[in-house]
Design a protein around this ligand. Structure first.
Ligand code: MTE
Ligand code: MO
Length: 507
């Protein structure tokens, strides 16, 4: 049978490659986009071992595209591993002249590869069976040889194998998509927690809507789309029933709380803004939500903190870790709700930390441990050259500009100063020579409904007569102590961008 597809090197390579693709699809079909997916561990390893400078470059210039590239690379590498397994089995079977060896060997080798990568004994069977299936199909078609009309030629048999493998891949992809757990804020279920006051949530969200400035296209006070930054393209998939949080280390007694217990405790509904230290000056990695959760302080009290450095390490299910002063955590929340919904997977389901006034990176998602330390340590991003564990830097952003019918130009944006608040936003339309006050949105309410939220942005709006000639608009914020945002320009790395946002207009 010299015209068998599998008799040629090219045929073996083709079938091996198809086995690689099908193996990935088989895995995805049973795991969806979770850490149990075959390519996830490779993606993680790539992300972890990437030099800090490259990661920083990717974050500040490519945004989430860097992560997608990483994922594509990981998928290619993993597919190649499965393909090599199939190839080894095919060649060994040929050498031993054994008809069972190619498919069985592919199954066993792929299972071993999958097990080594994911440590999932049962789930590793899916890629093994899918890859072996492709090999078996190719073998069966070859065996039918020239006798069966539709696959009588070698070319047709090769194409049939391609068709079967790609069809199975499409099915596996669809199944995996359905299996992928709630990932976005758009499809998160409503919150139903014994300790959370849903009426208060509704009232606060209504207040936020009422206080949002009427500027078309400007993001409202509660963000429509909340940015996401994390170290992996594939988020952890933690079941609430399996989740618990421990307070450990330099404590008098360890304290552990599970999801059900946490949701029964009296919760707080708090508006708070998050901003990533890797945000660009006028970037979009800054957003606000109404967070529902339990104050961390009660757990610290229960544990009896005894830390020499007065510092703490938060650890997470994705092996992320960040260290910072205990003082910052004292005002924090253990968050399980976001805008009246269950905290979405992408934002840390089941539970994340909210650390008021500090850069996003210490607001650890998928939180699993609060470790009180004896001496200072270095967090994930600090190991990679960032200094993002401190308070946020003040910023007024310019995200909206529109010429009105009456010849004026309307400008608008958001200002955020962390715990120092925002008392004013000033706008210059002559490159910084003269300044005028913008209108500000009323502050978002504090958790008790009275007073202002301690750590939330405000919107600003300003209109001026467009001069009809080139000019430069500059904006800056002033905090509640009267401190003006610094003019000095620095990039995001290592400790967040500074400077005034400006924009040139031609008329
Ligand atoms: N477990 C975990 N928590 C994490 C991260 C992460 O990669 N893993 N990223 C941090 C960073 S750098 C930021 S800016 C914020 C972003 O929170 P968001 O994705 O909910 O906007 O989460 C922080 N918490
Ligand atoms: Mo971040």
């Amino acid at each position: 049978m010299t015209d068998a597809v599998l008799d040629s090197r090219r045929g073996v390579t083709l079938v091996s490659a198809l086995a690689g693709v099908a193996g990935l699809a088989g895995s995805f079909a049973v795991t969806g986009a979770t850490p149990a997916f075959l390519a996830s561990p490779v993606e993680r390893t790539l992300a972890r071992s990437m030099p800090g400078a490259i990661v920083s470059f990717a974050i500040t210039t490519l945004g989430s595209l860097g992560q997608q590239l990483n994922l594509v690379t990981a998928v290619a590498v993993t597919g190649l591993l499965v393909a090599l397994a199939a190839r080894a089995a095919l060649l060994t079977g040929e050498a031993a002249n054994n008809r069972l060896l190619p498919a069985v060997g592919t199954a066993v080798l792929t299972w071993v590869v999958a097990l080594a990568l994911t440590r999932q004994v049962v789930l590793a069977a899916a890629p093994a069976l899918a890859a072996a299936g492709v090999v078996a199909v190719a073998q069966t078609l070859d065996a039918a040889g020239g006798r069966v009309a539709p696959v009588s030629s070698k070319r047709r048999r090769a194409l049939s194998t391609v068709g079967v493998a790609l069809g199975a891949t499409a099915l596996g992809y669809t199944a995996g998509q359905r299996r992928t757990p709630t990932a976005t804020a758009e499809n998160a279920p409503s919150l139903d927690a014994a300790g959370a006051d849903n009426e208060d949530i509704e009232a606060k969200l209504a207040t936020a809507e009422a206080r949002t400035l009427d500027v078309g296209g400007l993001e409202p006070l509660v963000s429509d789309r909340f940015f996401e930054v994390d170290i992996n393209a594939v988020d952890p998939d933690v079941a609430a029933a399996d989740w618990s949080l421990s307070v450990t280390g330099a404590v008098e007694r360890e304290v552990t709380v599970d999801y059900e217990e946490l949701l029964a405790m009296e919760a707080e509904n708090r508006f708070s803004t998050l901003r990533c230290v890797g945000d660009s000056l006028n970037g979009k990695k800054m957003d606000t939500a109404l967070w529902t959760g339990v104050p961390v302080e009660r757990f610290l009290e229960e544990a009896g903190v005894d830390s020499d450095c007065e510092c703490v390490m938060l650890r997470a299910e994705d092996d992320y870790y960040e260290e910072f002063p205990l003082e910052a955590l004292r005002g924090g929340l253990l968050v399980y709700g976001m805008n009246g919904d269950v905290l979405p997977r992408g934002h840390g389901y089941p539970v994340r930390a909210l650390v008021p006034g500090h850069w996003g990176e210490v607001n650890v998602k998928w939180l699993s441990e609060i470790e009180l330390l004896e001496r200072e340590a270095t967090g994930y991003w600090e190991k990679r050259g960032w200094q993002g564990t401190g308070p946020v830097k003040p910023i007024a952003k310019l995200h909206h500009a529109r010429l009105l019918n009456d010849g004026r130009r309307e400008l608008a944006g958001h200002a955020y100063g962390g715990l120092q608040g925002v008392s004013a936003v000033e706008v210059s339309t002559d490159g910084g020579d003269t300044w005028a006050d913008a209108d500000l949105s009323e502050p978002l309410p504090a958790p008790d409904g009275e007073g202002r939220a301690a750590d939330a942005w405000r919107q600003w709006q300003f209109a001026y007569d467009a001069p009809g000639q080139p000019h430069e608009v500059v904006v800056r914020m002033i905090d509640e102590r009267g401190v003006v945002q610094t003019e000095e320009e620095t990039g995001p790395r290592p400790s967040g961008p500074t400077g005034w946002v400006s924009r040139r207009f031609d008329r």
